[in-house]
Design a protein around this ligand. Structure first.
Ligand code: ADP
Length: 574
């Protein structure tokens, strides 16, 4: 059509006749029009169309407008598909169990959100834009083939299934290769992400060259895998060309004998050859399931869908809630056994039992690696116990709504508080998104943070930098305390909250913590024993179960593990 229309502008095609309809004068083979370029038309008076006045001009605008609409539509569809995939994948990732994040590195997850979706989008657009044309060409040409010679077409159909089968087999091998290559790219991204995220540690250990070498190694491996994939595709396409040429030769051979038997005319054999070439071209187009882009797009899509459809074992919400007026904060661990999902053979807690009475402070002490933080993680329902039960006011945690439990009941302050790269105000408000400014200021005052925040030129609007790098350890910790206090939790977990601080900061933070602990059930995981001497109950954890329990004075009197820990710390820190 384009050749016909553009040719009408004075390339030897007769001018359209006034008022006449679109009438073919003499048509040899309508299909031939699309392949004839305008110069071929010059002088070919036998094949032309008469157009009504002005139609030529109007139709010339047509393809431009269609191209414009088609590109706009394609971009719109592609971006919408990619955008909704990104949103769904991100939401699905944030819903996953904590154990999922133990097993998958952040960089690899980010890679799925970015590179994999990009790859999928590119091949999706390609398939939409060209796939439709290829499919219609194949279907149309098969119909022509059948009309030209049912016998020859039947023969082709006998050969095709084995070729399609072989193609599918090779396709699955290539897709698995492509998946390996993409996983390797994600691994390289993971290395870069870790090095950039921990740039201070890398700098402090002068490990820049080693990190670069590590990254280069991973990138080289991904290039190697991609080259291997390219080679696989090249071998396949080379082989398929040979096979297709054999089919052409076979068609000539069988067609020749049909011609000899006067079952087929030479013209029909030629048309058959042309149509089968079109089928060959269409099936070998970039949208073929074995073209590099489609192979990569398919495996990238599979990687994305794998996480998009993954269901967490503990859903984020759903379950019972205890009305706030009757919530006491009485917590019981009953014969809890636990091993991390990533290390199923290594029990961390063995028949661990502990009661946290309402509004009392219980401290857990013990050797590093003894399972203290694991107790806190189980109370937050980051993991589920392998055996036994944990109850809050007599209700098993697994029957309670996790988002209510984490969002309103439990406040968690860890050793290394993670802040977001926004303002201090927004960081504190993370604890309760609907809190007023006045509530935020009150929480900051309670956390001993208000005065240092106001001393900054931008006050509460101060941006804290990525993960809070622009604040000192003690300041970060006090912002984190304010954040936890904003939701006024009934239960507070302090996981070695002061162990990473210097003495001065520790005092300020300790003061804030003591104020925060009043009137709440508190579980303190302590490293420095001096901070928990006033606890109502001290529990010594050894090999995953309670070895000793009592007050500071009782345990000292007993002269067991706790007394030994106190003695050891006293000699370490005179
Ligand atoms: P503590 O707080 O007493 O120092 P933890 O509770 O952090 O000890 O760790 C107890 C044990 O569990 C350790 O052996 C540690 O290596 C292991 N562990 C901790 N966290 C994980 C995890 N996310 N995945 C697998 N093992 C873990």
């Amino acid at each position: 059509w384009a050749g016909l229309l553009y040719g009408s502008g004075g390339r030897g095609i007769p001018a359209p006749q006034q008022g006449s309809a679109l009438v073919p004068r003499r048509v040899l083979h309508p299909g031939m029009f699309s392949v004839l370029a305008p110069p071929v038309w010059q002088g070919c008076e036998s094949r032309c169309w008469s157009l009504p006045a002005g139609v030529g001009m109007r139709l010339q605008e047509g393809p431009g407008l269609l191209t414009f609409s088609y590109i706009v539509l394609l971009a719109r569809v592609g971006e919408r598909v990619a955008g909704s995939m990104r949103k769904t994948l991100f939401a699905s990732l944030l819903r996953q169990d904590v154990a999922f994040f133990d097993a998958n590195r952040t960089g690899q997850l980010v890679n799925r959100l970015t590179t994999d979706i990009q790859e999928f989008k590119s091949s999706f657009k390609l398939v939409i834009s060209q796939g439709l044309r290829s499919v219609t060409q194949i279907v149309g040409c098969f119909a022509s083939l059948y009309l030209l010679s049912p016998k020859l077409t039947g023969l082709l159909l006998v050969v095709m299934p084995s070729l399609v089968g072989a193609g599918a087999l090779i396709g699955s091998v290539l897709r698995s290769l492509s998946r390996q290559a993409q996983e390797q790219v994600a691994k390289a991204t993971g290395v870069a992400d870790e090095a950039l995220g921990n740039v201070r540690t890398v700098r402090a250990f002068a490990m820049e060259d080693r990190e670069v070498a590590l990254y280069c190694h991973e990138v080289d491996r991904s290039s190697w895998l991609n080259e291997k994939l390219g080679m696989g595709i090249a071998v396949f396409q080379g082989l398929s060309n040979v096979v297709l040429n054999c089919i052409v030769l076979g068609t000539i051979f069988v067609g020749g004998s049909l011609m000899a038997g006067e079952e087929l005319s030479p013209g029909d054999l030629m048309s058959f050859m042309v149509a089968s070439q079109t089928v060959q071209r269409a099936s070998g187009s970039p949208t073929s399931s074995l073209s590099p882009q489609v192979v990569r797009g398919l495996s990238a899509g599979a990687r994305v869908f794998e996480f998009m459809t993954l269901e967490p074992t503990v859903s984020l919400s759903g379950g019972d809630q205890i009305p706030s007026h009757s919530l006491l904060g009485h917590i019981c661990f009953r014969d809890v056994c636990f091993s991390y999902p990533t290390r199923p053979g290594c029990p961390v807690l063995r028949n661990f039992s502990l009661t946290l009475p309402p509004r009392k402070t219980v401290a857990i002490v013990g050797e590093s690696g003894g399972g203290k933080s694991t107790v806190a993680a189980l109370l937050e329902r980051f993991y589920e116990p392998t055996q036994g039960a944990i109850t809050l006011d007599g209700c098993e945690l697994c029957t309670l709504d996790p988002s209510w439990l984490r969002g309103q009941v439990i406040g968690f302050i860890s050793q290394e508080p993670a802040l977001f790269g926004t303002s201090i105000l927004e960081n504190i408000r993370f604890g309760k998104p609907d809190a007023s400014d006045a509530e935020v200021y009150a929480a900051a005052q309670l956390a001993n943070a208000d005065s240092f925040i106001r001393s900054f030129p931008q006050g509460y609007g101060t941006i804290v930098g990525e993960r809070g790098v622009m604040l000192s350890g003690g300041q970060k910790q006090r912002v984190a305390i304010a954040r936890a206090l904003l939701k006024n939790p009934s239960v507070l977990i302090l996981d070695e909250a002061t162990s990473a601080l210097d003495t001065e900061s520790e005092q300020l933070v300790q003061e804030a913590l003591e104020r925060a602990m009043a009137g709440r059930t508190v579980l303190v995981i302590a490293h420095r024993l001096s901070t928990i001497q006033c606890a109502d109950l001290i529990v010594v954890l050894a090999r995953g179960c309670v070895a000793e329990a009592g007050t500071h004075a009782e345990l000292l009197r007993r002269g067991g593990l706790y007394a030994e820990l106190v003695r050891r710390q006293a000699t370490e820190q005179p």
